[in-house]
Design a protein around this ligand. Structure first.
Ligand code: CAO
Length: 450
């Protein structure tokens, strides 16, 4: 047994973040990886986990405190063998050296333009405020704060109806409903509206079924990433009027070029020349998407109230399947990088994602996302847009198909593309042109130089 300091780990690009929630108190028993506090910057909320199992001796932070990497969160009396073993806790980064301060990787709770949807979850609306960082934290209980975070509701924009403006769960529901429907509180209160009159969603309750009545069952809690992504997916699915255009791209020549490049790399590697990067189809897709995003800038924008924000940078998120759930690392400045660099960086980001070592910064700032199921299979699907982005490209497995060339059927390798887009920003003709441009580039990649 020993008393150690549990400190704030590497939290990416943020200098200082505010403590917005205390999840434990002195005397509490905690497990390694259990969340201790929630911190929030203007871009992200994350829970800071314990690096060891033990008993909390003394909290060293209070609500509203500003902390940074290395700040001591609490003093912990450890139990033997209670530290994080990398093998036992793949979702947690930074194995801890015996004499080093105890740190574990933070878990993003609401990272702007970050992790997980179909591709994506954990995205924050464009109007996500920087609130709660100063001393005047909105008055709300931890459970209400948690509820707000799950719905992506910015607490400082909610008017509390309780004593001294205290925010209740009902206030959060009103706020989220008002954002979706434009309804005022008075209308909402007056309306126990029947479905179909246009106010509110008017949904009937979720069915409650005693499954065990019909056969044996096993109940398993959702994982942390699933819980976070679920709330974000729901918001994105409900709030975005999304449409999907399906198309195919002829990648016969591009795939032949990719295979040849990889073969040459293998030969060079065997000859001792350092050329080990494996070029993937996704790297070409990222580059082709940047070309399409530059040609059709509204796809690289975000809605901000009644305005559109056009981004002059091209950061592409890509969905990565990991043991902890779906994550969306972001490849920054894809316009400035070549296929080899993109392939190498994607490989590193995907590895980090699988090991649970992505920092919030590595999951933030995407302007467009690609979700590729190409290595697995399928034909087409409708990905959910990662708000506040306005479009996402789904990619499935390429297949050899007979194509009519005007004289005869010839075998061509066809890549199925599914582009989902926000109809408030984009229209069907633009989406069809975007896909056509992608197809044009992928059919002959030299066109990207024109
Ligand atoms: N068509 C046919 N084959 C494809 C392909 C495509 N569109 N895309 C990839 N492949 C092949 C690759 O060539 C590779 O084959 P070899 O091993 O023979 O070279 C194999 O599939 C595996 O590729 P990969 O998946 O490892 O590599 P990638 O660059 O295509 O993808 C990554 C990387 C991180 C995106 C991927 O590993 C992954 O996690 N995909 C799942 C994403 C996901 O779940 N999206 C759905 C979100 S909705 O819930």
């Amino acid at each position: 047994m020993a008393i150690i300091d549990v400190t704030i780990p590497d939290i990416g690009d943020f200098d200082e973040v505010a403590v917005i929630e205390l999840l434990v108190k002195a005397g509490d028993k905690v497990r390694a990886e259990q969340s201790l506090i929630t911190v929030e910057s203007d871009k992200a909320s994350m829970e800071i986990p314990s690096s060891h199992s033990g008993v909390v001796k003394e909290l060293q932070v209070k609500l509203g405190d500003k902390v940074k990497q290395g700040s001591v969160v609490l003093k912990l009396e450890t139990v033997e063998g209670g530290s994080i073993a990398p093998a036992a806790a793949p979702a947690v980064a930074a194995p801890v050296a015996a004499s080093a301060p105890a740190v574990a990787a933070p878990t993003p709770v609401a990272v702007s333009a970050a992790a997980v949807t179909s591709a994506v979850a954990v995205a924050t609306p464009a109007h996500q405020p920087t609130a709660m960082l100063s001393g005047d934290l909105p008055h709300a209980s931890p459970s209400v704060r948690k509820f707000a975070r799950e719905l992506g509701v910015p607490l400082n924009e909610v008017k509390g109806s309780g004593p001294k403006g205290r925010i209740s769960q009902e206030d959060i529901q009103f706020f989220s409903r008002a954002v979706m429907t434009g309804e005022t509180r008075t209308q909402a209160q007056a309306s126990k509206a029947p479905a179909g009159d246009g106010s509110g969603l008017g949904l009937i309750p979720w069915p409650k079924v005693d499954f065990a009545k019909f056969g044996p069952i096993e109940r398993k809690e959702l994982g942390r990433i699933q819980k976070i992504s679920g709330a974000n997916l729901l918001r994105n699915a409900v709030m975005i009027p999304a449409v999907t255009n399906h198309d195919d791209a002829d990648i016969t020549e591009l795939e032949a070029f990719r295979l040849l490049t990889n073969l040459e790399h293998e030969k060079s590697a065997k000859a001792g020349i350092n050329a080990s990067v494996k070029v993937t189809m996704l790297a070409f897709l990222i580059k082709a998407c940047v070309s399409a995003l530059q040609k059709f800038p509204q796809f690289n924008s975000s809605l901000d109230g009644d305005a559109l924000v056009f981004k002059q940078y091209w950061h592409i998120g890509f969905a990565a399947d990991t043991p902890n759930g779906l994550m969306v690392p972001v490849l920054k400045d894809a316009d400035k990088k070549g296929i080899l660099q993109i392939s190498a960086e994607m490989g590193e980001l995907a590895k980090k994602a699988r090991e649970g070592k992505l920092s919030p910064a590595e999951m933030s700032g995407a302007t467009f996302t690609i979700s590729s199921l190409g290595g697995i299979g399928g034909r087409y699907f409708t990905p959910i847009i990662n708000a506040p982005e306005v479009a996402i490209l789904g990619v499935c497995k390429s297949q050899m198909e007979p194509k009519w060339n005007g004289k005869e059927f010839v075998p061509r390798l066809m890549l199925p593309l599914s582009l989902a887009w926000d109809h408030r920003v984009i229209d069907g003709a633009a989406a069809a042109r975007f896909n056509a441009h992608l197809g044009h580039i992928l059919a002959d990649f030299r066109r990207i130089l024109l």
